[in-house]
Write a protein that binds this ligand. Structure first.
Ligand code: FAD
Length: 611
């Protein structure tokens, strides 16, 4: 049981997870809700938490409307092309029309943004990206959030959302535990804004053995956003739309600045251009989508994967030409130093100097998230002035659970938000949550004491399992009575990899594999009550695994439901290899019922609001 129970009552807005989305939410909620009680519960320390913890070298979403560079509509068109036609255009437009003001605010707060010396404008890396000296990006936005919140609880792993005792389908707060003290925390709140990030480590990573722990998306992005929301009954969308990244091999170093700014290009193991070779083949699968500009990310992956399968790997990035220019060489290295130092270390350890050797690329294992070139997440209500009626049921960015809002990786259908767009979406959610609280009046959510006492037992049980089970250890760490979180994680990754389209099947799956995957996931689910946690750190690992497992089941069910291959290069349905616009130009939605364990899946229309 918990060391101590700490109850935080009377919260108006609880922010769960304060990465880019969560910090934006706290900041904007304070602007509109001067009298509101705003509390943050964060698993790490908000100064260095989330996907931006280590810093970034570019802000990937900036319109530049004041200089006539792009309009918000242009960004919607771009994201729509990249996601093979399926995006929530209302949500994307809403983000894009506000994102520039967010970036200007970052600059005011001290984020150094590089300038083009000739024009004085922000220095562009590509059409949407601007370059920053971003090592301190996260501490800068965290400061704004800390000044806005009444209280910040760091080191709280939120495990469950609390539901209103008096009204169905309404959120009433959250519970979790402090990963350092073991205290049990109960947050009673009128609204929850979930910003708990995306999901790494649900598919077996390429980095195993000595490279274990190295992933592209942050290893601490543990699918909590999805796990928390799915368990609370929120409708999810596009969970099948996992993302595969082309990155530098073994270090997952980013390639954006190389392609866009340094103008590097790729070739196969024999020094040949290969993408054009796969044009006809790809056209037969996806039709005209291959003719869009820029070519969708998944289709570029597809050519890479096919060329590797044809035995003409490795695929390399040609850096030796660009790196002869000392300025470009500096930019190439600095790109890693501000964001992925590990890649520079890998190159040093493998005798790769990109000035003389063209480094290898690889395609990553799949990740699940909602803010990059992919759009898995919760089904959210759209902006009042812009969303079609069918996409509106209350407040902007509110999910299908009353009082539950989200931002960033949490919200589905809205790809290409990146860091600035996630913060912007947090701002939109924060503003809407204040309005929701103002409108509540006498109808306040109630928390049942029984609910959080029951949850306390469930949450801390793995410590007890370990305490008793360790007496029966038969060899090393093996016990007949419990399994450790790492065992559960590796089992999950293997199932997802082999049955749901991971690296070992070249991202291929089909209905039979998916059905078997679901059976194996169900068995893992049964075993979760036997997890033994040695200490609080392992208890956190246990709850991260719960969230990853629920998210994985959702991914599997969505992948089974969508009977087509919409995004070749992200995954393939071997039994439905072609894109099928006639039947599947739609969103997929799911809802999980935690009482029965049943999932309901349905289609929702895609509205093209922008021409
Ligand atoms: C490798 C990499 C490179 C990227 N490069 C760029 C780039 O160059 N430019 C750009 O603009 N964007 C980039 N992005 C994207 C950007 O980082 C994300 O879009 C953005 O961080 C998403 O915001 P978020 O709030 O949804 O998640 P995050 O910022 O990841 O925040 C999630 C927060 O939730 C917390 N949390 C998780 N689980 C729990 C729990 N159970 N309880 C409590 N708290 C929890 C985490 O600790 C974290 O603070 C990159 C991302 C990655 C991973």
């Amino acid at each position: 049981m918990a060391y101590k129970t700490i109850i935080e009552d009377g919260i108006d807005i609880l922010v769960v997870g304060a990465g880019l989305g969560g910090t934006g939410a706290a900041w904007e909620a304070r602007f509109w809700g001067q009298d509101k009680k705003i509390v943050i519960a964060e698993k790490a320390n908000i100064d260095r938490s989330g996907a931006v913890a280590q810093g970034l070298y570019a802000i990937n979403c900036y319109m530049g409307t004041r200089w006539g560079e792009n309009k918000p509509e242009d960004h919607v068109r771009y994201a729509r092309i990249d996601l093979m036609g399926l995006v929530r255009e209302d949500l994307l437009f809403d983000m894009a029309r506000h994102v520039d003001s967010t970036v200007h605010q970052f600059e005011e707060w001290g984020l150094p943004i590089m300038k083009d010396p000739k024009t004085g404008r922000y220095l562009r890396e590509g059409r949407w990206q601007i370059m920053i000296h971003g090592e301190s990006y996260k501490p800068i936005v965290a400061e704004a959030a800390k000044k806005s919140a009444d209280k910040v609880f760091n080191r709280i792993c939120v495990t469950h959302l609390l539901m209103d005792d008096g009204r169905e389908n309404r959120v009433a707060g959250a519970v979790g535990f402090n990963v350092r003290t073991g205290n049990y925390h109960v947050f009673k709140s009128k609204t929850v804004i979930c910003g708990a990030g995306g999901a790494s480590n649900i598919f077996k990573p390429r980095s195993v053995g000595e490279g274990s722990g190295r992933t592209w998306y942050a290893p601490w992005s543990s699918a909590s956003a999805y796990g928390l929301m799915i368990d609370a009954g929120a409708k999810m969308t596009q969970m099948e739309n996992r993302i595969v990244l082309t990155r530098f091999k073994d270090g997952y170093g980013p390639v954006g600045a190389y392609f866009l700014h340094l103008k590097t290009y790729t070739q196969n193991g024999y020094g040949e251009e290969y993408e054009s070779k796969w044009y006809d083949h790809t056209k037969a699968l996806v039709g005209d989508y291959i003719d869009r500009h820029p070519v969708p990310t998944c289709l570029r992956n597809h050519a890479f994967i096919e060329e590797m399968k044809a035995g003409r790997g490795p695929i390399r990035m040609v850096t030796t030409e660009a790196f002869q220019d000392p300025h470009k060489e500096t930019v190439g290295w600095e790109n890693f130093l501000g964001m992925t130092i590990g890649q520079a270390v890998v190159w040093a350890s493998q005798n790769i100097d990109p000035k003389h050797i063209n480094p290898e690329l690889t395609t990553s294992e799949p990740y699940v998230m909602g803010s990059h070139a992919t759009c898995s997440g919760a089904w959210a209500s759209g902006p009042e002035d812009y969303a079609p009626a069918e996409y509106q049921w209350g407040y902007n960015r509110m999910m299908t659970v009353d009082g539950l809002f989200g931002a960033g990786d949490t919200i589905g259908g809205t790809a290409h938000k990146f860091s600035s767009g996630s913060f912007t979406e947090g701002r939109i959610a924060g503003k809407a949550a204040v309005r929701y609280v103002n409108d509540l009046k006498q109808s306040q959510p109630q928390v049942s004491e029984q609910e959080y006492l029951d949850l306390e037992k469930i949450i801390f049980q793995p410590l007890e399992n370990y305490r008793l089970g360790r007496n029966e250890i038969v060899a090393g760490t093996v016990s007949p009575s419990y399994l450790l979180p790492i065992h559960g994680l590796q089992r999950l990754e293997k199932i997802m990899d082999e049955y749901v389209g991971g690296i070992s099947t070249n991202y291929m799956t089909n209905d039979v594999l998916l059905q078997r995957g679901l059976e194996l996931l169900a068995m893992l689910k049964e075993d979760m009550k036997y997890i033994g946690a040695e200490d609080l750190h392992q208890l956190q690992r246990t709850w991260e695994l719960h969230h990853r497992l629920l998210a994985s089941e959702s991914v599997t069910r969505h992948t089974l439901f969508r009977e087509e291959t919409r995004w070749p290069g992200y995954y393939y349905r071997g039994d439905h290899m072609k894109l099928d616009d006639e039947n599947w130009h739609c969103f997929t939605l799911s809802r999980y019922d935690r009482k029965t364990g049943d999932w309901a899946l349905e289609k929702a229309p895609v509205y093209h609001i922008i021409d």
